[in-house]
Design a binder for this molecule. Structure first.
Ligand code: PLP
Length: 396
């Protein structure tokens, strides 16, 4: 069976896929149909936070699936209730949650919260939302418009009004006016280049926004759920956002998104909803993911593995100063910057040939998002293969 041909014949061509056929996975290792092993430094773009084939997660999903998968939000959903409580307790923020199915959808909900807040608070109706250049907030029409990459806005208009792009954190304050209701940022731009925002600048911005009653929305779709070492990157930055969005790592691969907000009573019945959001299956999975990661964190294992990975990666960076111009990122969200998009593509391709999976970010960053449960052996093997893939590279 020519799966590649069937795929090209029947699936829309939105992704330039690599046609390797993975058949099984164990933690950070994937096996193709010929049992070749690959080290996975991508975790399905930051999703498979507890690794592939995780038994605890699989058992929880299986037990839940055999019982109830879905009943709708018209009734109490115990795993959803408990998940909301757990996320509030782990984050330490006094908030309520809404559950969606993806990052884009969580951001749409966050924007709706901000717009309703702007409708009800202030002398004039406030609707403007400031986002950053090179940001990424999702693919639905509004989340796409919130995304500060004009190249992605070529088709699909007209878009909803009211989005303004700031060059960087510093320039946000110059754009605030009496129509501004919110600022939406990623603390580390995942798709935009993995450069962490400066902590002091973010804290300063947060203070200014509070004074002006402008909401701070932190898109933690990629940075959230222990990716940077803390439950939320907002914890690491010691800020108190008004709204936080989550998705990728939360369900360990089961689709789920979440909006957390301190505006506990912003929505009235009927203001927002989701058929699938917060169902038994996805929330059970997320509860198990959080249990696993909470244990990994409190045992000290998570921090140890993150440091180990950082050290190994920085050694590669130092040994190849002719190729890399900067080492960026935090925790298990890291990047190595190269000189051009050409080198970026060459490295990703060569790494694949050496059987280690890495991602791109922006136009010249190699991005690493390993499962948070990755073992030291897997880190060593992946780094070794990555370094081999740099041999003979034309770095100019
Ligand atoms: C991936 C991502 C999104 C979009 O999430 P989807 O689940 O693909 O809709 C939004 N924001 C950030 C920061 C992301 O990394």
């Amino acid at each position: 069976m020519d799966l590649k041909k069937i795929d090209l014949d029947f699936v829309l061509h939105t992704y330039k896929r690599n046609y390797v056929n993975f058949k099984r996975g164990v933690n950070a290792t994937l096996f193709d149909e010929n049992e070749n092993d690959y080290i996975d430094f991508t975790s399905g773009i930051g999703v498979v936070s507890v690794g592939h084939g995780n038994r605890r997660l699989a058992n929880r999903i299986c037990e839940q699936a055999k019982n109830i998968i879905h009943i709708s939000n018209l009734y109490l959903i115990e795993p959803q209730t408990l998940l909301a409580k757990k996320l509030v307790e782990l984050s330490g923020y006094d908030m309520r949650l809404f559950f969606a199915n993806s990052g884009a959808e969580a951001n749409e909900g966050a924007i709706k919260i901000a717009r309703k807040y702007g409708e009800e608070n202030g002398e004039v109706k406030r609707y403007k939302i400031i986002t950053l250049k090179h940001s990424f907030h999702g693919r639905t029409i509004t989340a796409l418009k919130a995304t500060g990459q004009e190249a992605m806005h070529t088709y699909f208009g007209p878009y909803p009004d009211g989005f303004v792009y700031a060059k960087d954190i510093d320039s946000i304050k110059d754009l605030l006016d009496d129509k501004t209701v919110a600022v939406m940022i990623e603390l580390i731009q995942g798709e935009g280049g993995v450069e962490p925002q400066d902590i002091k600048k973010v804290q300063e911005l947060s203070k200014i926004l509070k004074q002006k009653d402008i909401l701070l929305i932190v898109d933690e779709v990629q940075t959230g759920i222990y990716r940077t070492g803390e439950v939320l990157a907002s914890n690491l930055y010691e800020i108190e956002p008004d709204i936080i969005t989550l998705a990728k790592g939360l369900g360990g691969g089961v689709p789920i998104g979440a909006i957390m907000t301190r505006l506990k009573d912003i929505f009235s019945f009927g203001d927002h909803g989701s058929t699938f959001g917060g169902n038994y299956l996805s929330c059970s999975a997320a509860n198990e993911v959080l249990d696993i990661l909470e244990e990994l964190k409190s045992s000290g294992d998570l921090d140890e593995r993150m440091l180990y990975f950082e050290d190994r990666l920085n050694e590669v960076y130092k040994r190849h100063q002719n190729i890399f111009i900067k080492s960026v990122g935090l925790g298990f969200m890291r990047g190595l910057r190269v000189k051009s998009a050409q080198i970026q593509n060459d490295i990703i391709q060569k790494a694949f040939e050496k059987r280690v999976l890495v991602l791109k970010a922006g136009r010249n960053t190699i991005r690493f998002l390993p499962p948070l449960t990755i073992s030291k052996e897997e880190i060593d093997e992946g780094i070794k293969r990555f370094e081999e893939s740099l041999k003979g590279l034309n770095s100019q």
